[in-house]
Design a protein around this ligand. Structure first.
Ligand SMILES: [Zn+2]
Length: 146
């Protein structure tokens, strides 16, 4: 069964990564989070299903997804995504981090882990049949984030 996911936007969590964040900036950012949330809702179920189809059954039934404004790298546990204006790019990064969660094995060598992740990632993207994500895929390839 695919896990339930939920977008989380937490003041304390954001403050941990971004000390200069002010309460008013945080409140203003809620609109952007809502917009991203609407965008993500179009894809998330199919993404989770497609990852499972291309790797293995999910072992968690709930995965919260934290969004952070600030200069961070996205990471997989707890699943944390850096906010970007480019929602499509956020979706591709989310897929990457979700695959980490689906794999769950600990690799001593991160580049070996990423070989496997990239393999699954390519299959997921093919199966998702995203429309209009071509430029975003190029951007994703050149990220230094992983
Ligand atoms: Zn990674």
């Amino acid at each position: 069964m695919i896990p339930k996911t939920e977008i989380r936007f937490s003041w304390i969590y954001n403050k941990m990564f971004n000390e200069s964040l002010t309460p008013s900036e945080f409140i203003e950012s809620k609109n952007e989070i809502q917009e991203f949330s609407n965008f993500y809702n179009r894809y998330i179920k199919k993404i989770l299903q497609t990852i499972e189809d291309n790797n293995k059954p999910w072992q968690r039934d709930f995965i919260p997804i934290y969004i952070v404004f600030g200069k961070i790298r996205s990471f997989s546990d707890p699943l944390t995504i850096k906010y970007r204006k480019d929602f499509k790019l956020m979706i591709l990064i989310l897929i990457h981090e979700l695959i980490h969660n689906n794999i769950r094995e600990r690799y001593k060598n991160p580049s070996l882990a990423h070989k496997k992740i990239n393999m699954i990632f390519e299959k997921v993207l093919t199966d998702m049949n995203f429309d209009g994500f071509e430029d975003t895929k190029e951007k994703y390839k050149h990220l230094s984030e992983f």
